[in-house]
Design a protein around this ligand. Structure first.
Ligand SMILES: Cc1ncc(COP(=O)(O)O)c(C=O)c1O
Length: 365
């Protein structure tokens, strides 16, 4: 049997290489504290669960474009929460979580061999995977570095996974201008926008960044803001022509968000209270974990928003991973996100209060 792929092979799935350290961490008498992945652990808000089950009895196919009510809820939520104005409901498209959109976007946009996809120097690995799946070439851009000629897609990610770095409106504006200069589409992954810690992250669609949505897409996820990773709920919005093109292809390919999930998304987007509550939970965990790491000799870089503490002990990332595993704590080495991450580890805030307290105790011992 042959599984054909265009272009060079994909990298090994990074988390597989953590297996030995995970095994060691699991032997800790107090159990493992797994801070290696950003998977939500808190309950799905009741208002969302109720919306999901309210349309459990819908036997027909859902629409790929999403219900009008869902798209209206997206338009209203991005205006209310992030000050984005002028977004038409037609220019909104629900996605099956955002990871599939990230992985397929280059292919759906027609990017292919000979084209370049630009990603941040330290970045969520799926940007690279999606470019490789399309057979394109990946370049990692340093801060403020313009994309080279031949670039067809530029990924931005503010607040960043893994660094928690936030780009200012001015930096985003410059990045959009540089992408437009070479005729590239800008896709801004904004899945951590609702989790600022004293910083002020801004959407790429905000009027302080763009005058028009031409060539610009914002990619959103409800996984983190609404603890909905299990539902697979996201959306892409922005340039109406690009969104129409994506819709057409996704209709052909059956990339459809299930109807109950569409309803759950609508409810989640209409309610800001649970988003604030979830943020407060992560803030409380951050407020104990960050000082405990610092007291244990770590320096936490950036991390001014989002779900991660981008931390270093000034040594090779794998040494730090081993040091943490000795204490029953599992983190992700910065090398998962690019060569520049070689001296950092990414420590997630996505564990229960009890597990975070256990980590704090072990770091202080
Ligand atoms: C930067 C970034 N983009 C996208 C995703 C994918 O999220 P989901 O597929 O759950 O929407 C993640 C998940 O951790 C992420 O960190």
């Amino acid at each position: 049997m042959i599984i054909r792929r265009r272009g060079p092979g994909l990298p090994d799935f990074p988390w597989d290489s953590l297996a030995d350290h995970a095994a060691k961490a699991r032997t800790h008498p107090g159990g493992v504290v797994d801070l290696s992945v950003g998977t939500p652990v808190d309950p799905v808000p009741a208002v969302i669960q109720a919306a999901l089950s309210s349309v459990a009895d819908v036997p027909g196919y859902p629409t790929t474009h999403g219900t009008p009510e869902l798209r209206a809820a997206v338009v209203a939520a991005v205006e209310r929460r992030y000050g984005v104005t002028g977004l038409a409901p037609e220019a909104v498209l629900p996605t099956i979580g955002s990871k599939e959109l990230v992985a397929w976007l280059p292919t759906l946009l027609g990017v292919g061999p000979g084209d370049v996809v630009a990603v941040p120097s330290v970045a969520y690995p799926t940007y690279e995977v999606g470019a490789l799946m399309a057979g394109a070439t990946v370049v990692r851009l340093a801060d403020g570095e313009p994309p080279p000629a031949g670039t067809k897609l530029v990924w931005l990610n503010s607040p960043s996974n893994p660094t928690g770095r936030v780009l200012s409106a001015e930096q985003l504006r410059a990045a959009v201008a540089a992408a437009r200069e070479v005729g590239a589409v800008v896709a801004s992954d904004e899945c951590y926008l609702s989790l600022p810690w004293g910083s002020s992250p801004v959407s790429v669609l905000h009027p302080s960044v763009v005058d028009s949505f031409d060539g610009v897409l914002a990619v959103h996820s409800l996984s983190k803001s609404s603890s909905l990773a299990g539902y697979r709920a996201g959306f892409v919005a922005g340039d109406p022509e690009l969104v129409a093109g994506l819709l057409e292809l996704r209709k052909h390919a059956g990339m459809i968000v299930p109807r109950p999930v569409q309803e759950a998304m609508r409810a989640a987007l209409e309610d800001d209270e649970h988003v604030a509550e979830q943020r407060a939970r992560y803030l409380a965990r951050r407020e104990v974990l960050k000082p405990a790491l610092e007291a244990a000799g770590f320096t936490v870089s950036h991390s001014e928003a989002g779900l991660y503490l981008w931390s270093t002990r000034g040594e090779d990332a794998w040494e730090t991973i081993s040091w943490l595993a000795d204490r029953g704590i599992l983190a992700a080495p910065g090398t998962f996100y690019g060569p520049e991450g070689e001296r950092h580890v990414r420590i997630a805030l996505t564990a229960s209060d009890e597990r975070v307290a256990a980590a704090v105790e072990r770091l202080r011992a």
